[in-house]
Ligand binder design. Structure first.
Ligand code: ADP
Ligand code: MG
Length: 319
């Protein structure tokens, strides 16, 4: 069948795009890749799997799926303060649809080129559409950004705006798309997440702790606080909400910003005396780290009730 190319031609035609670089001794084409980390660096490794209809809706454009598969990993590396260098791709496809593959590899390639990441290998198999990308990055030895390390009195900051992607996914699933520029912004925030790579590297020796917001602000903040053995007070009016989310969701915007996933923003704790080292305009302060555990939400001095649902859990039992 002309429409079902052989596995080897899929690899050759769609996934052999990385240029040779000094950091890749052996790339796609042998039994395994050989990489050359720079002297004085440690390697930072992350993997993320996207399953169709679980992590992205079936109608998502293939180019956006290719972008996303890499971007979610770049976000994890950003949260560690690492510079991404190499990636591998394990691709499971129901059939080798050349149009889908061309768009998918185009999306992946553009993002890889922009991030200066070399695709050094992978695996291609048949089955339900599943994409697993792993990324390897570098940090100068001993220089790292972890979830642990936030201290009482630290300021809590977050990049970009929150809740947009969850609203965008909701639009895709309920109406199939956008019917206004604001709705399009939200859909694009879901389909084309922007990993905060430069910010992550800039925070490497500045922030005391960091995490990327993939499951929702409250859920991911909780991970950071547990790792740091601390608590936090959030100021409701400081949570960054985009104009588009406010227009589309009105009063519901804050709850979505607290609980919605897929934004891939960076959440980090910085000592007050180092706040001026945060790149200007890259983030906003949303609260402070406290000694007493748990998360409290306030408007001024007034305590607000936290939304019950906080973030996505694949294995949560149905209510
Ligand atoms: P093996 O059976 O020895 O694992 P494969 O046929 O799976 O070999 O892979 C051959 C080469 O192609 C390897 O270098 C592998 O890393 C690469 N490769 C396979 N699938 C992909 C893919 N989807 N993207 C990038 N490289 C791939
Ligand atoms: Mg293989």
């Amino acid at each position: 069948m002309t429409d079902t190319p052989h596995e080897f031609s899929v690899i050759r035609d769609f996934f052999s795009f990385s240029e040779r670089t000094a950091s890749v001794a052996v790339g796609v084409g042998d039994d395994a890749a050989i990489i050359r980390p720079a002297a004085g660096t440690e390697l930072v490794v992350a993997v993320d799997t996207l399953v169709e209809s679980v992590h992205f809706p079936a109608q998502a454009p293939a180019a956006a799926v290719g972008h996303r598969a890499l971007a979610v990993n770049l976000s994890d590396l950003a949260a560690m303060g690492a510079t991404p260098r190499w990636a591998t791709l394990a691709l499971t496809l129901p059939e080798a649809d050349t149009h889908w593959l061309a768009d998918f590899s185009g999306g992946l390639r553009r993002t890889a080129v922009a991030a200066e990441v070399a695709l050094i290998g992978g695996d291609t198999t048949r089955g339900a559409l599943t994409i697993s990308v792993s990324v390897i990055g570098e940090t100068p030895t001993g220089s790292r950004l972890l979830r642990s390390g936030a201290k009482p009195g630290d300021e809590l900051w977050v990049s970009g705006s929150l809740g947009d992607a969850a609203a965008g996914l909701d639009l895709l699933q309920s109406t199939g798309g956008a019917s206004s520029p604001d709705e399009q912004f939200l859909v694009d925030r879901f389909l084309w997440p922007t990993p905060r790579q430069a910010l992550g590297v800039a925070l490497r020796d500045v922030a005391n702790a960091a995490i990327d917001v993939s499951d929702g602000l409250l859920a991911d903040l909780d991970h950071l606080l547990v790792a740091s053995d601390a608590g936090a007070v959030l100021q409701a009016d400081s949570i960054p909400v985009s104009k588009a989310l406010h227009e589309v969701r009105g009063e519901g915007a804050l709850e979505l910003a607290l609980t919605g996933g897929d934004d891939y923003e960076l959440l980090f704790a910085v000592a007050p005396e180092r706040r001026h080292e945060i790149p200007r305009g890259a983030a906003s302060q949303i609260g402070v780290i406290t000694e007493s555990s748990g998360i409290r939400l306030r408007r001024g001095d007034k305590e607000l009730t936290l939304p019950a649902q906080s973030g996505f859990n694949h294995f949560r039992a149905p209510a």
